[in-house]
Ligand binder design. Structure first.
Ligand SMILES: NC(=O)C1=CN([C@@H]2O[C@H](COP(=O)(O)OP(=O)(O)OC[C@H]3O[C@@H](n4cnc5c(N)ncnc54)[C@H](OP(=O)(O)O)[C@@H]3O)[C@@H](O)[C@H]2O)C=CC1
Ligand SMILES: O=C(O)C1=N[C@H](C(=O)O)C[C@H](O)C1
Length: 238
């Protein structure tokens, strides 16, 4: 399977290493800030595009995948406004977008939704921690987890002026430092008890492996916008 990488930072380089190590994968090319124009000029002959760059590349990237009918695995975060636009590519090609390609977070999201239903009335706070270089806050995964919690009033950080916690608030706290690949906790506070769910990534290899698994299962699929859970279960069916 020939892979075109979009974005050659921490994730792009990790993917390149895994592609070189895998017998079934080959690098079709790399797109980064200095050669985005090639998307309009070339056909890299790729079976799939894997994007870990930034939503700012979406116009060029979407034109390329639609013109060449190449399936797209999209992992860059910060796509809230364009989320629907990414998914609408599924009318013509197979596409997946998720803010987190780890199996653990995928399961955590389902459990968070269930805990939210079972622990109605508990106060909820979300804490996410990432390396010092992360550009966006809160993380994409935080937004994925917040979607499982339904409509709430989000309080980002907490300032001295905020006063007492209001019913229905969810505090969202972003910590940045060191080399942390990604940690997310959702904490439910009740009367004299708390329930805390935490996912810790020990390396960004899990995200890269998850994106490659999604790519293998997306190639050959019918056009559509797939979820990570759908592609993971597709593998189990096979
Ligand atoms: N879904 C998931 O499981 C995961 C998602 N991510 C997300 O993936 C993204 C990348 O993460 P990471 O590799 O750590 O970040 P990096 O900043 O290390 O890499 C991003 C790369 O993309 C380049 N880039 C940015 N904008 C454009 C553009 N418009 N056109 C072409 N290239 C561009 C950057 O260039 P330059 O440095 O010059 O800006 C950089 O080389 C982030 O949004 C991150 O949150 C990360 C891990 C897992
Ligand atoms: O930028 C990162 O590193 C990560 N970004 C994703 C996010 O924003 O949630 C996924 C993972 O946590 C690592």
């Amino acid at each position: 399977m020939r892979v075109l990488l979009s974005g050659y930072g921490r994730m792009g380089k990790m993917l390149h290493q895994l592609i070189d190590e895998a017998d079934d994968l080959e690098l079709a090319g790399v797109i980064d800030v200095d050669n985005v124009a090639e998307l309009a000029q070339c056909d890299f002959g790729a079976d799939v595009v894997i994007d870990f760059s930034s939503p700012t590349i979406f116009p060029e990237l979407s034109s390329y995948v639609l013109r060449t009918k190449t399936p797209l695995v999209c992992g860059a975060t910060g796509y809230e406004e364009q989320g629907q636009a990414v998914k609408s590519l599924g009318d013509q090609i197979p596409v997946i977008y998720t803010e987190n390609y780890s199996v653990g977070v995928n399961v955590m999201a389902q459990v968070v939704g269930e805990l939210n239903r079972l622990l109605a009335g508990f106060d909820i706070e979300l804490v996410e921690t990432h390396h010092r270089y992360k550009k966006d806050a809160p993380s994409g995964t935080a937004q994925l987890l917040l979607r499982q919690l339904g409509e709430h009033h989000l309080v980002y950080g907490r300032s001295p002026a905020d006063g007492e916690r209001q019913p229905g608030d969810i505090g969202v706290h972003s910590l940045r430092g060191g080399t942390v690949p990604g940690e997310h906790s959702v904490i439910f506070y009740g009367e004299d008890e708390t329930v805390e769910l935490t996912h810790r990534a020990f390396s960004r290899q899990i995200f890269a492996q998850g994106a490659l698994t999604a790519a293998r299962r997306l190639v050959g699929s019918e056009p559509g916008s797939y979820t990570f859970a759908q592609l993971l279960s597709k593998g189990q069916d096979a």
